[in-house]
Design a protein around this ligand. Structure first.
Ligand SMILES: [Zn+2]
Length: 125
């Protein structure tokens, strides 16, 4: 049986507020967002794993010159969040003042919905 969660499926779940990773049935490696092949053993034997969405800020960057179309939104922060399950995920920081952003700050996953687009966000835990 095929239990592959696609990148599209990942964002559909994220839109509903659920963060889903994938675990390699071959070597146990956990990955997020979905990849074609396991970066650890190069197999394609993924099974979906629901994640808590909780983690801590591992690193962050404040975006002051935003990409085209997002000029009104800067400055904002993008953080690499280390989830409690041990995987890291990049997301946009929401509802946390930039001056209180520090490495190790506990955060929680939250979808950012912009029309048909869903982005990964992290807010206060
Ligand atoms: Zn693997």
């Amino acid at each position: 049986m095929e239990h592959v969660i696609t990148l599209k499926g990942f964002f559909e779940e994220a839109r509903a507020g659920r963060l889903t990773g994938i675990r390699c049935g071959e070597c146990g490696e956990l990955a997020i967002p979905p990849k074609e092949f396991c970066p650890a053993c190069a197999k394609r034997a993924w099974a979906p794993v629901p994640l808590s969405g909780e983690g801590v800020v591992a690193s962050y960057t404040v975006i002051r010159v935003p990409p085209r179309g997002r000029a009104g939104e800067a400055p904002y922060a993008v953080a690499v969040v280390r989830l409690t399950e041990g995987v890291s995920l990049l997301g946009r920081v929401v509802d946390i003042p930039l001056e209180s952003l520090v490495i190790g700050l506990p955060v929680k996953f939250r979808p950012i919905i912009d029309g048909a687009q869903t982005m990964v966000g992290f807010g206060p835990s």
